[in-house]
Design a protein around this ligand. Sequence first.
Ligand code: PLP
Length: 459
Amino acid sequence: MTRTEQKNIWWRRASNFLQVLRLPHGRRPGEARGVPRGSANQGGPGRTSPNAPRHTGQLDAPPPTDLFAKCEAFTKPLELQAADLYPYFLPIGESEGTEVEIHGKRLLMAGSNNYLGVTHDPRVREAAIRAIERFGSGCTGSRFLNGTLELHEELEHRLAKFLGYESALVFTTGFQTNLGVISSLAGRGDVIFTDRENHASIMDGCRLGFGEMRKFRHNDMEDLEEQLRRETPRRRGGWLIVVDGVFSMLGDLANLPRICELAEEYGARVLVDDAHSIGVMGAHGRGTAEHFDVEDRVDLVLGTFSKSFGSIGGYVAGDEQIIRWVKHHGRSMIFSASLPPASCAATLAALDIIESEPERRTVLHENAEFMRAGLHALGFDTGPSVTPVIPILIGERHATFRFWRELYDHGVFTNPITSPAVPAGMDLIRTSVMATHTREQLQRVLDIVAQVARKLRVA
Ligand SMILES: Cc1ncc(COP(=O)(O)O)c(C=O)c1O
């Protein structure tokens, strides 16, 4: 056989193998759904004027729309900036965890997902520094090819053991984990039942694959059952029920016991996104399934390292064969560079803390209870929150931005949340409590909330 013939065989084998990875089924990498290759919507030059579409001159043809026309019309951020009410992308200059500095102003941090306060723990910092010294600043490649370190495997083994599953897989972010896991598992003919208030990454994961999505009303088990019942006669494939364990805006819990019952009754699999629950819920910090004592009835647990682990990254844990499938079909992992060494090592150190210092969890929940009780005493509605995520329901969008701004001016950092992140009319200030907040700091937050509420005549 000539060298050229050998090469051809090798290339054919390689491209056959890549075909296997060509998910979601049938679409080619880089090809958007519904947009034919080579269509006018793909790519295009960056400036508007010389390339703006011109009328073809045909009388019956509608005038073409410039792709960028919507950008010019999108002035909301500028209006908020002009009114000094723009709350996004604020650059933090210094951070000590519970206090930060923005534009030289010191603020009490009451809007972080650093629930256990590990981001500044000396053990976590030291682990990250050591990993950089050993492996450098990044992996410069995907887990699939050159980007898997021993650290990734160690982290996967530790997570699987901690969560009580056969296997775990680490992604570069939690967002990518949802994209890769859901889109690779739910294919043509499959149906995903998803809570309306699930995180955006779950919704995008559902849209990305070829499975069909059915949304049920937030935590409404009757509606979920109704949808399962309605879908039964036309069932063709597998079913997945997916929920946030702790809902990230309202701080309430998914009704996992009922979800597991329904899944068993209707033959569906259960995936729980425990982004806000690992380290926080359950006696050992294993999340909402542990909290509700349904760990052996949840098929897959998924989460992020960007909250109680204090770093960045994502993971999914489950039976070995499912993880093997996702590992070889999850495009958001296969085609993206892997988690950097520093984040891996910091997460391992944070996991040590989660496992060995349960008292952090106790203090965290005591702090959350103190904050909730204080807000109730001031007349605020904190919705269904039973976790360290505590919303202050305001209702109207502009009032929410005003409230946020006053808190900011008085030295408290919070997050204004408006629709579509929450249903319209349920705009809120999202506060979150940390284990490392002192009572004095939390009381200061409550005093400032009371002051602002008096000034704006809210609550
Ligand atoms: C419920 C939930 N899932 C997934 C994510 C995404 O995680 P990451 O920040 O690691 O991308 C988040 C983050 O906000 C989340 O709240």
